[in-house]
Design a protein around this ligand. Structure first.
Ligand code: NAP
Length: 259
């Protein structure tokens, strides 16, 4: 499915309001840039508003005004509620929520050795942060005619792939804290899609691919490709999937991968 082939008319695109968490840099920022370029209005959710304003300025300097930094730390419920109130006052709805903010935790992450506090810190952002943000924004999403949620995941979170000795990451993907936090987020995605199955909301987990950002010490593929992979599922039309897990890197053919 090509993003360009979505059924949204120009008018529909320009009326769409997006919130991306962790959008001041990396994949979140690139995703924001691509959506802003398409004409959508994007809130850059940033835990540090100064870093957010710098990202907003960068987009403004490139000619894009349809963007605004908003303070949002996914570990702090009061900042999420304040962001929701601001978006409600300014637009009265949210069309697309991209739960992108994420951390990897201290490495190495050995199943037998890693301290529980490392799990708690990572789960607080990667799992609880997604739940908090989604629960807070669900009312605003339900005010959209075509609401979408993208939960940014990783193919390392696939239980099926990670337990297959033939999978390329079987031996090197040893990030038990990070991977299990995203597996839990994936299960949240499955339950959410079930609970919302009779609504217009479409929600999917999407792996952006191994990408050059701070997260990977700038090893991996291009951030533009990662952004495109997320944008694609943020803009799926009404016939698009829900409750699925996609990784173009792991399955270039259909992109769907097993949980
Ligand atoms: P990144 O460059 O490190 O960016 C992470 C973003 O999350 C930053 O904006 C960071 O803000 C923000 N963040 C961290 N904790 C937060 C919190 N408590 N509240 C709000 N925002 C918070 O990483 P990235 O590579 O772009 O990763 C983005 C997402 O893609 C993550 O969910 C990651 O798991 C996923 N992913 C990445 C790769 C990859 O190879 N890069 C592969 C698969 C999946 P600060 O600047 O303030 O720290």
């Amino acid at each position: 499915m090509d993003t360009q082939s979505t059924n949204f008319s120009k008018d529909k695109i320009e009326n769409r309001i997006v919130l991306i968490t962790g959008a001041n840099k990396g994949i979140g920022f690139e995703t924001a840039k691509q959506l802003v370029k398409k004409g959508l209005f994007v809130y850059l959710g940033c835990r540090d508003i100064e870093r957010g304003k710098a990202a907003e300025k960068l987009l403004n300097e490139n000619g894009y005004q349809n963007v605004k930094a908003i303070e949002l730390d996914v570990t702090k419920a009061d900042t999420i509620t304040a962001a929701k109130n601001t978006i409600c006052q300014e637009h009265g709805k949210l069309d697309i929520l991209i739960n992108n903010a994420g951390i990897s935790g201290i490495v190495p992450q050995k199943a037998l050795e890693t301290n529980i506090s490392n799990y708690q810190e990572v789960y607080e952002v990667n799992l609880h942060g997604v739940i908090r943000t989604t629960q807070t924004f669900i009312d605003l999403l339900q005010k959209s005619s075509e609401p979408r949620i993208v939960n940014v995941s990783t193919s390392l979170a696939s239980l099926t792939l990670q337990s297959n000795p033939k999978w390329p990451a079987y031996d090197y993907g040893k990030y038990v804290v990070y991977a299990s936090s995203k597996s839990a987020m994936n299960m949240y995605t499955v339950h959410l899609a079930y609970e919302l199955r009779n609504t217009a909301i479409k929600i999917n987990a999407v792996c952006p691919g191994y990408t050059k950002t701070d997260f990977t010490n700038y090893i991996g593929g291009e951030v533009e490709d990662a952004g495109k992979r997320i944008v694609k599922y943020a803009l799926i039309d009404n016939d698009g999937p829900t409750g699925k897990f996609f990784s173009e890197e792991s399955n270039p053919e259909t992109e769907e991968i097993p949980w």
